[in-house]
Design a protein around this ligand. Structure first.
Ligand code: MN
Length: 292
């Protein structure tokens, strides 16, 4: 199944060019985590019958506006240095087994068509296109063999990051730094998550192209490892890491992440609220050559 969240908190089941509005089948009441999160928590989708779906409203896909499928996940886990070519590019000798995973703020999520806000005028902000895992069932210390039983599905993600000296959780947690979507495709439709083609384009030019076959920790290992550290809950997301080809984005850029079988996530970049790095709050030292 292929789900989108669209318009004002509607949950859609995408079938070809049509979106079936399944919001009325989702248990619970509206909240900031959104209808897909409620559906995943309830584990309800598998029980839907064709007869039930037949009576629901339908919309042409072209007429709806997809939003972030999971606008407020309880956890966003990131995987540092998880492709060999990116490891070489970053001159990094370590990978996840040594570095562990990191967390991004859930307030950093945006959806397709939204804008990434560059925080600084004079610090590089890079794009990292990543296969993104959506957890379906609570996972605590699961082994790699059963890890995929805990996965609801997959979507496209961008792990935006500034290149500076702060801790990863700061550099990657600015508001708008985790674009997700548009569709979450259920695990049964994807099959092996280690056979997906991923491409990231900036203004139409390919920057990153890889197969998830080249992940150092594949999805199984990543879910198993992460669950050995922290309990994963339904609706948590894991960004699986980025291949070589990260690079700076600038005001006006369009960034696309395209994953075979899942779809294409497109966002734009703006510097409209960027400030000089030296003007960030709390900075006390005076920059060289600048009068206090
Ligand atoms: Mn990343």
């Amino acid at each position: 199944m292929r789900f989108i969240v669209f318009d004002e908190d509607r949950l859609g089941l995408v079938r070809g060019d049509t979106v079936v509005d399944v919001t009325s089948l989702v248990p619970g009441s509206a909240g900031p985590a959104g209808p897909l999160h409620r559906l995943i928590e309830a584990g309800a989708a598998e029980a839907w019958s064709e007869a039930e779906l037949r009576g629901l409203p339908r919309r042409p896909f072209a007429e709806v506006s997809p939003r972030a499928p999971l606008p407020r996940p309880a956890k966003i886990v990131g995987a540092p240095v998880n492709y060999l070519d990116h490891k070489a590019e970053m001159a990094e000798n370590h990978s996840i087994a040594d570095l562990g995973v990191f967390l991004k703020a859930s307030s950093s999520v945006i959806g397709p068509g939204e804008q990434v806000l560059l925080p600084y005028t004079d610090v590089r902000t890079d794009q990292e296109g990543e296969l993104t895992v959506v957890i379906g069932r609570t996972a605590r210390d699961v082994d790699a063999d059963s890890a995929l039983d805990h996965v609801f599905g997959y979507t496209c993600g961008l792990d935006m990051t500034i290149r500076s000296t702060e801790d990863r959780s700061t550099r990657k947690s600015f508001d708008t730094f985790t674009p997700l979507g548009p569709a979450v495709v259920t695990a049964d439709e994807i099959g092996d998550p280690g056979l997906l083609e991923l491409e990231t384009r900036v203004n139409g030019t390919v920057r990153q192209r890889t197969s998830t076959r080249d992940l150092i920790f594949g999805v199984r290992e990543l879910v198993a490892y992460t669950s050995s550290v922290m309990t994963l809950w339904p609706g948590d997301v894991i960004l699986t890491g980025t291949p070589a080809g990260v690079g700076p984005v600038h005001d006006g850029d369009s960034v696309e992440v395209d994953i075979g079988g899942i779809g294409t996530l497109t966002v734009t970049v703006t510097a409209s609220s960027a400030r000089p790095y030296a003007r960030r709050p709390g900075r006390t030292e005076v920059p060289t050559g600048v009068q206090p």
